[in-house]
Design a protein around this ligand. Structure first.
Ligand code: MHO
Length: 207
C-alpha cells in the first residue's frame, strides 16, 4: 500500500464519523513545531495554527499586535484527555521562564470550566501555583487562523507528501482541516504517527 489520494480521502471521510471532539488551544513558541508534534498523537483529529491571547482584531503574521502564536487541536476525549495534553504541554516548556516577545510566549488558553478545573488540579498536583509560574493562563476569547502557508507548515515543505494532497484536489482550507494532513505534518517533522493507522502502513511501505 502506498500513500495515495484515495487513502487520504478515505482517512478524512472516516474521521467525520469520530465521536464528538473537544478543542484545546496552547502557545509554545513558534507554532509550526507544536502543531506537528501534537498532530502526530493518537486521538488528535485536527490541528490548526493561529493567533490568540491579544486584543487586536484581525491580526496577521506581519501585523500581530499583542497576539501570540498558538496551535489548536481537536481531539477525541475517549482516546486522549485534556490532562494528557497538559502533561505534554508541560514537558514542552519551562514554566519558570517566559519568552519576552509576546509572539512566542507560553500560554494555556482555557475554553471551558472543565478545562479550568483540570488545569487547577494538574497544577496543584505538580506543586505549581497558577499565579506563580511564567506560563500565561487565560480564557480563550478568540482565535484567528494564521495564513495558509503557516498551516501544516512541515507538510507543505515536503513535496512527496504535499503532492498527494494536490492530487486529491484539496484546497488550502481543506488541508488545514484535514485529519490526514495533521498526521502527515507530524510525520514530516520526524514524529511517530500511530502504528495502527493506515497512513503509517502506507508510509512504511513507500520508504
Ligand atoms: N520566521 C521564523 C519563525 C517562524 S514562526 C511561524 C522562522 O522562519 O523560523 O514564527
Amino acid at each position: 500500500m502506498t500513500l495515495t489520494p484515495t487513502l487520504i480521502e478515505e482517512y478524512d471521510r472516516a474521521a467525520l464519523n469520530h465521536d464528538k471532539t473537544e478543542t484545546a488551544t496552547f502557545g509554545l513558541g513558534c507554532f509550526w513545531g507544536p502543531e506537528a508534534q501534537f498532530g502526530a498523537l493518537a486521538g488528535v483529529v485536527r490541528t490548526r495554527v493561529g493567533y490568540a491571547g491579544g486584543r487586536k482584531s484581525d491580526p496577521t503574521y506581519h501585523n500581530l499586535g499583542d497576539h501570540t502564536e498558538v496551535f489548536q487541536i481537536e481531539y477525541n476525549p475517549a482516546v486522549l484527555s485534556y490532562r494528557e495534553l497538559l502533561s505534554r504541554v508541560f514537558e514542552n516548556h519551562r514554566p519558570n521562564y517566559q519568552a519576552s516577545k509576546t509572539q512566542y510566549q507560553n500560554i494555556i488558553l482555557l475554553a471551558t470550566p472543565e478545562q479550568r478545573e483540570t488545569l487547577k488540579t494538574f497544577l496543584s498536583e505538580r506543586g505549581f501555583a497558577a499565579d506563580a509560574i511564567g506560563t500565561r493562563i487565560e480564557r480563550l476569547l478568540g482565535f484567528y487562523p494564521a495564513e495558509d502557508y503557516h498551516q501544516k507548515h512541515n507538510l507543505r515543505t515536503d513535496p512527496t507528501l504535499s503532492d498527494v494532497f494536490d492530487d486529491s484536489g484539496y484546497d488550502d482550507e481543506t488541508v488545514r482541516e484535514s485529519p490526514a494532513a495533521a498526521k502527515l505534518n507530524g510525520y514530516a517533522s520526524g514524529h511517530d504517527i500511530p502504528k495502527d493507522d493506515h497512513l503509517q502502513t502506507a508510509l512504511s511501505r513507500t520508504v
